[in-house]
Design a protein around this ligand. Structure first.
Ligand code: 9MR
Length: 569
């Protein structure tokens, strides 16, 4: 589990696209440029040059040099970059580089499914398991879940969906952003004409071959769950969504989902959860209509009811203290969720009530910011800026688009100021920092779609370089991708580090990443005094640096699909 820093020559350990940027970082305190050579698998030098001295990198404390070998467009496997006699980990240069990651990062969601047996033929025999939380003893199941004391006097069938992360909770806040990112990945590719790469029979899912793009089949597994979380008609707070369902107490590691014997409970509806449902169900109505009009209509009905309920209950906040047995996902600002839901409903229906909610929102004015599960306004902006036919006034639409390219330019500036070209600042290494990197890279990629300017494509690809090994720890944070990749992420079933009969996380699972907060006992014990970009340990116990989560794999999958795009033919 040790996280060594290895060679000072830091590359994307998966590799580079022939027509993409090819940059690397070298840890060196030399004050003059150094010679570099790119070597092929046979050891022959195929390109050479000298480094640029970059100097101190604030986030890591490393003295750095930069290498740019973008001009080399040859292909092959087993390349190394050699600087000052030290070789990088080997990597490929291939147009097909991201095809495997596109599928694996998406298959993560099948592997996280609740309420269905995971099939060895699809997932690999090490990952097969019985269905979790269907009420088969000792499992109490999600098929008839009561509320926490005092919240409601009935039970609900909330089977299905994805487990959030290393735990087996299911949270509507967080399920929402993850679902949106998967469906948005398909919407983006469809506009680019590259959606065949995410089409039917591209994933290892049970629904392959049903005529619907597999990524939409996967997202539907969660959408059905999200809609089950809606308070039924005739009950108090009808139309609202329960905030979450999870075990009464935290379960230990390992606990296979079907062997979880804890009582499951529904937690009080929240405005934020309700608006996550409204937003994703409205997006669903738009995107699934060509494949299943009845499902799309059901989504739209659910979205409308959620919106109406949220308007009637605009400030029902999930408490930060509600973190026994599951995460709190508390959020004191829901104006951004209102904006996101309004944007999705408007893009889908064109109705003036939703348009007015968009244009009168304070989140519609001003600059675009980053996004995460607790701040979703930019998701709404992306939809407004990119979905064809949105009826905003032309100047308003142009302003929204410009706000996204301006945000992307800010991320590019952040990258160029750093030794490792990361689109987050030195003080941005929080819980799930790798998702901040990936989410910001999505904004950069959206700017590429809006403008066609290559610097944005390069910025999005270079963000992947960071996640795949060009970083202060020489660590690929994606299981199975790269010579020195994370493999012990925090998980209750993929718990090989705790029980050798269990598997490591499947290929294509991304770790949360460096977190300077040291918010778990393992991190606190092992990482004291770490520079922010180095506060990470590949230990199953370090849930605050090394967990997996649906809202972290979703932007990875989005980016992998973006990177795998190439002209047809
Ligand atoms: O991703 C969440 C992060 O932003 C919070 O700081 C952290 C602590 O509240 O919780 C993270 O989410 C976890 C959730 O609460 C429970 N399932 C695992 C999630 C990832 O660690």
């Amino acid at each position: 589990a040790a996280t060594g820093s290895g060679t000072p020559v830091r590359v994307n350990q998966l590799g580079y696209l022939p027509d993409g940027p090819k940059r690397a970082t070298v840890v060196s305190s030399a004050t003059a440029p150094l010679a570099w050579q790119l070597r092929n698998a046979a050891g022959a030098t195929v390109a050479s040059g000298t480094t640029t001295v970059h100097g101190a990198d604030a986030a890591s404390g490393d003295a750095t040099h930069l290498v740019d070998f973008s001009a080399y467009t040859g292909t092959g496997t087993g390349f190394t970059l050699v600087v000052d006699g030290q070789a990088s980990y080997p990597f490929d240069i291939s147009a097909a580089l991201y095809d495997g990651l596109r599928a694996d990062s998406m298959s993560f969601f099948y592997q996280q499914r609740s309420g269905i047996a995971i099939d060895a033929a699809l997932a690999g025999s090490a990952y097969a398991r019985p269905a979790g939380h269907l009420g088969v003893a000792p499992n109490k199941g999600d098929t008839s879940v009561p509320c926490q004391a005092g919240v409601c006097d009935y039970s609900l069938d909330v089977r299905g969906g994805w487990y959030d992360a290393g735990d087996q909770g299911k949270y509507v806040v967080n399920g929402g952003i993850a679902t949106w990112e998967l469906v948005n990945s398909f919407e983006r590719a469809h506009r680019a004409g590259t959606d065949a790469g995410q089409g039917d029979s591209t994933l290892r899912v049970p629904e392959r071959g049903n005529g619907t793009p597999d990524v939409l089949d996967e997202a539907r597994w969660e959408l059905d769950f999200l809609m089950r979380m809606q308070v039924p008609d005739g009950k108090p707070m009808a139309g609202m969504a329960f905030h979450k369902v999870h075990d009464a107490q935290w379960t230990g590691l390992p606990t296979r989902p079907d062997q979880d014997s804890q009582q499951r409970e529904l937690h009080k509806p929240s405005t934020a959860a309700t608006l996550n449902l409204a937003a994703t169900a409205a997006q669903c109505a738009r995107v699934y209509a060509p494949y299943d009009s009845a499902f799309a209509a059901r989504c739209l009905d659910s979205a409308r009811r959620a919106w109406t309920a949220a308007k009637a209950n605009p400030n029902v906040l999930a408490p930060a203290t509600d973190s026994t047995g599951g995460g709190a996902y508390d959020d004191t600002q829901v104006g951004d969720e209102f904006y996101w839901a309004a944007a999705e409903l408007y893009a889908t229906t064109g109705e003036s009530q939703y348009r007015d909610a968009v244009t009168s929102s304070p989140y519609h004015a001003g600059a675009a910011g980053g996004f995460y599960w607790g701040d979703t306004a930019t998701l709404g902006r992306i939809t407004l800026a990119t979905v064809p036919g949105v009826g905003l006034a032309a100047d308003d639409l142009a302003r929204i688009r410009a706000s996204l390219t301006t945000a992307a330019d800010g991320y590019l500036a952040t990258m160029s100021g750093q030794g490792y070209a990361v689109p987050i600042p030195a003080d941005g290494y929080v819980w799930g920092s790798n998702s901040s990197v990936a989410d910001n890279a999505m904004v950069i990629a959206v700017a590429y779609e809006l403008t066609g300017q290559q610097r944005y494509r390069a910025g999005a690809l270079e963000s992947l370089d960071y996640l795949l090994g060009r970083n202060a720890l020489n660590q690929s944070y994606v299981t199975g991708y790269g010579e020195h990749a994370s493999e012990n992420e925090h998980h209750r079933f993929w718990a090989h580090e705790n029980d050798a009969s269990l598997p490591h996380p499947p290929a294509g699972s991304i770790a949360g990443g460096p977190n300077s907060g040291l918010q778990d006992p393992v991190a606190a014990a092992q990482l004291t005094g770490c520079a922010p970009a180095k506060c990470y340990v590949d230990d199953i116990g370090s849930y605050s640096t090394n967990e997996v989560a649906i809202n972290w794999n979703a932007p990875l999958a989005w980016l992998a699909a973006f990177a795998a795009d190439r002209p047809a033919g």
